[in-house]
Design a protein around this ligand. Sequence first.
Ligand code: SOE
Length: 383
Amino acid sequence: MNKKPVRIGVVGYGFMGRTHSNAYSQLDHFFDTQHIPVRQVICGRSEDKVKDFAQKWGYHDTETDWRELVKRDDVDAIDICTPNDSHYDIALAAIENGKMILCEKPLALDGAQGRKMVEAIEAAGLPNLVWYNYRFLPAVTLAKKIIDSGELGRVFHYRANFLQDWTMSEELPQGGAALWRLDAAAAGSGVTGDLLAHNIDCARWLNGDIVSVSAMTETFIKERVHQETGEVQPVNIDDACAFLARFENGSLAIFESTRYARGHKSYKTFEINGQNKSLSWDLHDLNRLSYFDHSVPSETRGWSSIHVSDGDHPYAGNWWVPGLCLGYEHSFVHGAVEFMKHLDNPNAEKAFPDFRHALGTQYVCDAVLESARTKQWVDVKKA
Ligand code: SOE
């Protein structure tokens, strides 16, 4: 097959720079898309680190300034893997230079920024994706297939958690490398934009739009030393957030996220309860989807556990032989695959969140934070 290279310029060589680079390096070995990613340029501020990264991950070239990267003629798409406060500026400059964009989640600091990004990229007609990766795990994609078939019947409930415990120490600084997620200026918000945004993306994909929310948030540790300035500064992120929500389809939801759930590293879950069937999933057992079918005779009825690793399960057949497991990193490969498939066939329905879908998620996050502030139910804007 005559492959069409998509030359990618990645901004950021941290955690996400690695997950995306790994995805680009694996894709063509396991999937047969016509478009294939090429690791063209890696961009980051430290010349030494960016050179090391390029060598390790097979990039053709390096840049130390994203403003130069977005202008390059040998780059077709910009992949934004930097802290949230830079997504807007990099995206707008990339759009001005006619580049496609793959942007880390959340789309922006807030809905106001996100809306401008959507308007600009749609006016330019450039393909775009936001890396909400968990929907590309085979078990989550299988849940989507089952829900879309209508088998669940009327949906009554949706519940989701994302629990961590890594910020419980008062000694942990905020801000700067690796800790920018604790600094509201860089992150926009705490667990709402960082963790609940993942759950909201999956929920809206699986169960439709969320129309209103009622939330509470808490900042347990009120001051921390800023890693860059050395000064003690107020902490302005939400350490924990829980909210109730109503979906457009009439179902009710409860979402919870925290970085203070001792013992939980990344416990991400969802459960959906329909009239006929229920499904539930959690990230710590990511290859399994739990399935309850009320039509089974009562003697043998119960929750069954589907190991989503067979040849005809989503994505699984492209990898190893049936029964062998996939992991976190594969979700990024699958996200990149869906983007390449979209370039192959732009008129087919997209299986990935684009900027507009991610704006809808951002609007839910904004409504959640507003509700926590005002102690009122808040209606969610339509993206
Ligand atoms: C935070 O700890 C974090 O790394 C998020 O930023 C990611 O989006 C999530 O997938 C895992 O947790």
